[in-house]
Design a binder for this molecule. Sequence first.
Ligand code: SF4
Length: 316
Amino acid sequence: MGRVPVHEDRRRSFPGQPPEESGDPVDDDSPCLDRGALDWADNILGPLPLPSNKAISMPDARSRRVAARGRETGLSEARRRIPKRDSSWRRPSRRRVAAIRDRLRELYGRPVWKPHGHPIAELVRTILSQNTNDRNRDVAYSRMRERFPTWEQVRDAPPAELEDALRPGGLSATKAPRIQHVLEQLGEHPDLDWLASASREEALDFLTALPGVGRKTAACVLIFALGRPEIPVDTHVHRVGGRLGLFRPRASSEEAHDEMLAITPPEDAYELHLNLIRHGRAICRPRPHCLECELRRMCPAYRSGAVSGYMVPRQR
Ligand code: SF4
């Protein structure tokens, strides 16, 4: 039997898809996705998941086996905790997640995961990164460490002096007292090295109990400093992951964290996190460049037409 051009049929099955002319010039003439690549996407991904009330209300035998097998692990715990609240979304299979990982890897490479082993430094850097870019954050961090080489000195510094050191990072009047308040919670000699051997639950509970520290900051500390598998969901990961259907499009940050952790093999956590950010910065921006995106064949937001009103060509 000849191969059915399923990619065209599938498009028609999605409501809201903008009308297309026969031949689909967007995909067929694309310089970045040839016919072989389209077939690859069809074969690897199969049809995009459609709502299935049966699948949502009654987990199949395999799902029950997987849940039973990993009941003691944090990942399974995260998976079980997440309610399926949106009947138009289904959790992607591991195969689908792997296909997205592989396509991102082709585009952006495979980053080397080298935890630096300094959890307090990561915690402070993450606090400093709020509402600023990486360069300004790094300038502020360096100035602070030059003036106050130890964490005790940072904690005990006159607030005005610390604020002055942090000024290049923006919001220094807010960040300086927040950093000092956090350091006050870490003992006479501030230390977070013990997190390396704590359980994941214990580590997350401790970090998120610190003033002004949320789930994303805690995840940054665990993955970047200690090499523990986490996927910090920042604004890029939240936007791109939602569009790619990795979690519900309107998922809260907390839910997105749980979902990302549940669907990502630990060894892929760092790579997927960084490459989703790279894709969010380069292509899948708030107004996405879908026509140049090599993930559009596997992107529910594009295929359903949900982002069509926001698509813009890239400035050359
Ligand atoms: S097709 Fe568009 S919405 Fe989907 S991942 Fe690519 S840029 Fe983002």
